[in-house]
Structures are given as structure tokens and as C-alpha cells.
Design a protein around this ligand. Structure first.
Ligand SMILES: Nc1nc2c(ncn2[C@@H]2O[C@H](COP(=O)(O)OP(=O)(O)O)[C@@H](O)[C@H]2O)c(=O)[nH]1
Ligand code: SF4
Ligand SMILES: [Mg+2]
Length: 409
């Protein structure tokens, strides 16, 4: 279990299971996990909240499988459930859309969902749950195959509860095989540190453990970066801002790369050896989790704000705000200092994010280390659709402190 827990959910392949109530979604997650992960029942609306299950699936690697309530849930709580299902869709890297062969209703809901995934280039496995009736399933298969276009989809007939008739051998293996066929070969090849390092590089991390740092722990971006640098055979040295000069003086060579907490950006830039390249955790995560180009444009847009502008700060953690909180205190202060006290700043946290952010002039997102790239990109898509510039903490701070051009990316 320790190994499983070493991969945070944010870095796992998110497999979302969608479909009508009673199509067999919960049976399917149980088949894939080999456990009673979700309650299976013929009572419609049994799965009320999406169920997230982290597990290793060979050959896909570290995954999170998400079981969702039925897409046509018309119960009193249905609207709230659909919201959560929508959120699960935004996090989904690869979707399984379950069709029940014994359900004669029209497929408008499923097709809407399919088109939504196709638009976002999310691969979809259309799984026809035969409920043991192969000929019924084949009729449905023919109907759906006419709807499917492109190679971003696979159509498969299986029994979601794993029943294996004479033609049904290794249902789970077939489903996992179909999923891995759908994934691009390089889907897990991206590095946080991109092409900024090579084997044997000396990398210095500047990580102030100030009041915002969780007690006795490192935050996720720092942990993930250290792990990756070790995997990439680099030598990693960590220090705090106040010990930067002391640390540098004790190193025989200047570090090839320094990665700093963005709050110490200016100080580190002024004190680093000339030959050491400098970046920040936030800038690295901006590229790793989001769209760096859009974030840089968004940061430059800050110059066009005025005292009547409206800024949305989106912070993914839901921690109680602390004194000197970067999202709630430091960034608003930097902005108000420049544009006046009347500047309007709203803060949302967790998975709260407006469907249409059009009423804002700028969105500033945190590093989003708790969420997967797909989900962050879905937020950026919303900002783009509303023509609202968007940036993130690190890129914004780098711009506001005048060093965006000095950071390597
Ligand atoms: N015979 C048969 N029954 C199934 C199969 N898959 C699901 N069921 C039954 O259909 C009902 C609804 O299944 P469930 O997985 O809860 O559907 P969900 O609402 O989509 O999550 C349950 O009574 C299951 O036992 C299957 O492949 N074959
Ligand atoms: S606020 Fe954002 S960047 Fe900071 S730890 Fe939480 S998810 Fe990560
Ligand atoms: Mg269910």
C-alpha cells in the first residue's frame, strides 16, 4: 500500500465511468478493481456521489477510477449529482461510456456526452453491457458504430459484472486492453522539470518553510520535484531563503539550476551565481499542469488592469487562510498597491470555479498541484471561452516583481 500511496491522485491517469442509471457502471468499477468499491443495485440512483478509487492497473500504471451517478438521474438530488458528474468529466483523461443493451431508450444523453469528450479530445471506450444477451448487444453495437468517428474511440461488448459465457473470456483483461490501446504512447512522459535538467546536474531547491508551510511537512510540488530529480539522476540540495548564501558558499560548483519558491524569487535572483539558471516551482507547475503560454499572456495582461477591474483568485486547497496567505493576502496586496484599493478581488477554493468567468477581467490560479492536468486545462478552457486572461500565482508574481523575463521555462 505504501507504494500505491506514493503516487498522489493528481498524477494518476483518471478513468471516468459514465452512463445511465442501471447500465452497470458500479458493476464495472468493481470488476476492474476486483473489490466491492461501489454499491451495485437495481435501485436507480444508488450511486449518489462519484466514487474515486486509486489503484495500479497494469499496463496503464497508477490510475484513479471514478464511478459516477447516472447521467439522467431525475431524483430531487439529481441536479447536484449531475454537477459532481460534470466535475468528474472535467478530470477524466480517458472515459468509459457504458450502454445497456437491454435499455431501449434513445441515446441522446450518451451521444451528448460522447461529443463533449470528443471536443476535448478525451479518448472514449464505448462499452456495451450485454446483460448476457449477445444478439441485443450486437444490434446496439451496429447502431453506435455509425455514430463513432475517428480513432479516439473503441467499441466493445462485454458483461460488466464479469459473467463469462462461452464467448466471454477475461472480460477485465479485454476492457483494460481496450483502455491501453486508447492512450497515446507518451501520455505519462511529461516531466515537471521539462528539459531544464540532465543527468548529473546539481539542482538547488530554495524552499522557505514559513508560516504557510504545513508543519513538519513539505508541500506536494516540492516533494514531486525532488522525486523526479532523483529519478532523473540529478543531485538535489535543498535550502531555505535565509540559508541560501551559506549553502551556495559550501558548494564546490554553482548549481546548473535553482528552483525557488516564487515568494523568494527576487531575493534568489539577486543572490544566485550568474551561471545558475533560475526558475520557480510555480512556473514549472504552470507548464506541467496548465498552459504556460496562456499564463504568460495573462500575467502581462496585469499591466492593463485598473482600479475598477475584477480579479478572481482560484485556490485549489481549502485550508483556512493564514496570515500572509499568498492567494488571499499577498497577491491582492501587490495588485492593490499598483491599481488602488478599489480593485475587486474574489477568492474561490477547492473545486469551486465559475462555469462562465466572463464577469472577471483576470483569473489567477494557484499551482494546482492537488489536481490533474486535465482538470486545470478545463478551467483554462472556460477562461478562454469567455475571453478572460488567466495566469497562475508564480507567473503573476514573477511578472509583478519584474523578473518574468529572467526565469527559465
Ligand atoms: N446479468 C447482468 N446483470 C448486470 C450486469 N451488470 C450489471 N448488472 C445488474 O444491473 C443492476 C444495476 O447495476 P449497477 O452496476 O448498480 O448499475 P449502475 O447504476 O450503472 O451503477 C444490478 O442489479 C446489477 O447486478 C451484467 O453484466 N449482467
Ligand atoms: S493551494 Fe494550490 S498550489 Fe498550493 S498546495 Fe494547494 S493545490 Fe497546491
Ligand atoms: Mg452505480
Amino acid at each position: 500500500m505504501a507504494e500505491l500511496n506514493s503516487t498522489p491522485n493528481a498524477n494518476r491517469l483518471h478513468i471516468g465511468i459514465f452512463g445511465r442509471t442501471n447500465s452497470g457502471k458500479s458493476s464495472l468499477i468493481n470488476l476492474i478493481t476486483g473489490q466491492n468499491t461501489s454499491i451495485v443495485s437495481e435501485v436507480a440512483g444508488t450511486t449518489t456521489d462519484p466514487v474515486y478509487k486509486a489503484m495500479e492497473i497494469s499496463p496503464l500504471g497508477a490510475c484513479v477510477i471514478i464511478d459516477t451517478p447516472g447521467i439522467e438521474d431525475s431524483t430531487a438530488l439529481g441536479a447536484q449529482r449531475l454537477e459532481k458528474t460534470k466535475l468528474a468529466m472535467e478530470k477524466t483523461d480517458v472515459a468509459i461510456l457504458v450502454f445497456a443493451a437491454n435499455d431501449q431508450r434513445d441515446l441522446a444523453e450518451e451521444y451528448r456526452m460522447l461529443e463533449n469528450f470528443q471536443k476535448k479530445k478525451v479518448p472514449v471506450l464505448c462499452l456495451i453491457n450485454s446483460f448476457g444477451n449477445r444478439s441485443e448487444a450486437d444490434v446496439l453495437k451496429e447502431k453506435i458504430s455509425q455514430k463513432l468517428r475517428g480513432d479516439n474511440n473503441v467499441l466493445l461488448v462485454a458483461d460488466c459484472n464479469g459473467a463469462e459465457g462461452p464467448e466471454e473470456k477475461d472480460t477485465r483483461g479485454k476492457i483494460v486492453g481496450a483502455l491501453s490501446k486508447l492512450m497515446p504512447e507518451d501520455y505519462d512522459d511529461t516531466f515537471i522539470t521539462g528539459d531544464l535538467v540532465k543527468e548529473n546536474d546539481l539542482v538547488l531547491l530554495v524552499m522557505p518553510q514559513d508560516i504557510q508551510a504545513p508543519k513538519r511537512r513539505l508541500i506536494l510540488p516540492q516533494v514531486q520535484t525532488i522525486r523526479e530529480l532523483l529519478d532523473r539522476k540529478c543531485t538535489v540540495v535543498s535550502t531555505t531563503t535565509d540559508k541560501l548564501e551559506n549553502t551556495l558558499s559550501r558548494l564546490k560548483d554553482a548549481p546548473q539550476l535553482i528552483i525557488t519558491d516564487s515568494q523568494a524569487f527576487k531575493f534568489v535572483y539577486e543572490h544566485k551565481p550568474k551561471e545558475s539558471r533560475l526558475t520557480s516551482f510555480s512556473v514549472l507547475f504552470a507548464a506541467y499542469k496548465g498552459d504556460l503560454k496562456y499564463y504568460i499572456e495573462g500575467a502581462r495582461f496585469i499591466d492593463s488592469l485598473n482600479e475598477h477591474s475584477r480579479v478572481l483568485i482560484a485556490e485549489c486547497c481549502t485550508h483556512a487562510p493564514l496570515a500572509e496567505d499568498i492567494g488571499r493576502v499577498k497577491i491582492p496586496r501587490l495588485l492593490r498597491k499598483r491599481f488602488g484599493e478599489a480593485l475587486h478581488v474574489d477568492v474561490v477554493s477547492g473545486t469551486d470555479f465559475p462555469e462562465d468567468p466572463a464577469k472577471y477581467d483576470l483569473v489567477i490560479q494557484c499551482g494546482a498541484c492537488m489536481f490533474n492536468r486535465r482538470y486545470v486545462l478545463s478551467r483554462i478552457d472556460k477562461a478562454k471561452a469567455a475571453s478572460v486572461p488567466m495566469t497562475n500565482y508564480g507567473v503573476a508574481i514573477a511578472h509583478l516583481t519584474g523578473i518574468l523575463d529572467k526565469v527559465v521555462m
